[in-house]
Design a protein. Structure first.
Length: 97
């Protein structure tokens, strides 16, 4: 069963879980949510999210982020701004996810 990002999701929005994917071995990055309209239940503005590499998503203008449940979902990349974090913050963020 696919989990929806929010009840008010539009038909053209993408938000699919890939819990069964193979573990990602490349370095994870981080992004801050700057727009959550239509996904208020799933995304918090100004929150830092773990971003998983996904070349297909990037080609489509999307980004794959890990939410509080530990599952990853696709959202439009324009909802996020990529950020660099110090190694101590990186370790803390990865432990929390």
């Amino acid at each position: 069963m696919k989990r929806m990002a929010s009840a008010g999701k539009s038909l053209n929005a993408r938000s699919t879980s890939t819990r069964s994917r193979k573990p990602v071995t490349t370095r994870r990055t981080f992004a801050v949510c700057v727009r959550n309209e239509g996904y208020e239940a799933s995304l918090e503005r100004n929150k830092i999210y773990v971003v998983l590499p996904d070349e297909d998503a990037e080609r489509d203008g999307d980004v794959r982020v890990v939410d509080e449940s530990g599952e990853d979902y696709l959202f439009s990349a324009d909802r996020f701004v990529a950020i660099d974090v110090p190694s101590s913050v990186r370790a803390s963020l990865l432990k929390a996810s």
